[in-house]
Design a protein around this ligand. Sequence first.
Ligand code: DER
Length: 235
Amino acid sequence: NVIEGAKQLAAFTAVDQHILPHHKVIGIGSGSTVPYVVERIVQQGKEANAGRVFIPTGFQSKELIVKSGLILGDVDQYPNIDVTIDGADEVDANLNCIKGGGACHLREKVLAEAAETFIVVADYRKNSQVLGTNWKQGVPIEVAPFAYAKLLQNVHRLGSEKATLRMAKAKAGPVVTDNGNFVIDAPFEESRYKDPYELLKSIKMLTGVVEVGLFCHMAKAAYFGNQDGSVTIKQ
Ligand code: DER
């Protein structure tokens, strides 16, 4: 369908541009766009991938690497990553991202920061001028379970009255991340997203916050597949 085609187009274009023969340590993100990234990397062939290690951003990402027959690496052993490619929930005009729709944003941010080059791939729905325009679920915040109730109050006080604990769909109770933490989704009114870095800092300072799904000044480029088969590149 059109959205899957757009995801594949973004992923294939980004891999062709940014996963080059001399890149040996590659960070693999989470979500439904990244499988196309791995598909394109596999297409580069066994020889090209023989000398590479692939670092996952969580359980889903690890499974994808293993199932694709690529060599799995650990960020402990490979703390310096050549390129990390990941999806996003929304990207603004300055390449700031909302991430964490998949509740994987702690490890995603570690690998995004550890990479020489961090690239975002997404379909056209994620391509905005200002964050919060299309993504209405709010800023995903990974929190220590012990702190969540107090944090919910403090996030409300910060201006997100509608902030909620993310509840699981296929399990009774809240979503639990790969790190054993909870997620609070915090929608803010539009004007707050105009300076995502300020918003990030104000949330990160709250006691009990593990990581915030705002990636500011991190992505070097973002690739968006469009409905008409074209690609939009922000850099
Ligand atoms: O959680 C994340 O940040 C993921 O990258 C994810 O939200 C991207 O989602 P998608 O590739 O399935 O649209």
